[in-house]
Design a protein around this ligand. Structure first.
Ligand code: 5GP
Length: 174
């Protein structure tokens, strides 16, 4: 597949993605058997993953969506991405933050820091993809779909210049 000037080749086929999501969902079904988690989906990239994950959950659960701004304020940690659009009260809720990919981990770190201030009962992370080589500081990822090498991927919600999200397979930059 060619997107603008770049060529992407097959990487993770749709069937493997769906099988892995079923495994993650059954783990979550067990771990949250007596709970009613709130899925907090990071837009835009995680929308397909969140939809397929939620379809495979059999426990009572709810969903909400947020974005991170490209606005960068300053904090002790340097640049901070602000969370936008969170309307749901999350105090005393069991949160599962749903992300498409953890690269340096900066985005998720900022989000989790800001969510924790709002007093959830618990906070877990589900990410479809994880690039361990790119991670800047250690963080606990509770549910990981696939660990991948440090290469640029697209498809299944992930874009390049806004395109490619509609591919059912994940592709990698040639
Ligand atoms: P981090 O803050 O962990 O460095 O970056 C996370 C965000 O960067 C992801 O939510 C995603 O939007 C973007 N990102 C990181 N790696 C990739 C990649 O390989 N492909 C695409 N399409 N986006 C990526």
């Amino acid at each position: 597949m060619t997107v603008n000037d770049k060529t992407f080749v097959p990487f993770i086929p749709a069937e493997s993605i769906q099988n892995r999501i079923q495994e993650l969902a059954s783990q979550i079904n067990q771990d949250y058997a007596d709970k009613k988690p709130l899925l907090v989906v990071i837009l835009n990239g995680a929308f397909l993953f969140a939809a397929d994950l939620m379809k495979n959950l059999t426990i009572p659960c709810e969903i909400t969506f947020l974005r991170v701004s490209s606005y960068k304020g300053t904090s002790s940690t340097g640049q901070l991405k602000e969370i936008l659009g969170l309307t749901e009260p999350i105090a005393s809720r069991d949160l599962i933050v749903v992300e498409d990919i953890v690269d340096t981990g900066r985005t998720l770190n900022d989000i989790c820091e800001q969510l924790r201030v709002l007093g959830p009962s618990s906070l877990a992370i589900a990410t479809l993809l994880f690039k361990p080589e790119a991670l800047l500081k250690p963080m606990k990822l509770d549910y990981v779909g696939f660990e991948i090498e440090n290469r640029f991927v697209l498809g299944y919600g992930l874009d390049y210049d806004g395109l490619g999200r509609n591919s059912a397979d994940i592709l990698v930059l040639e």
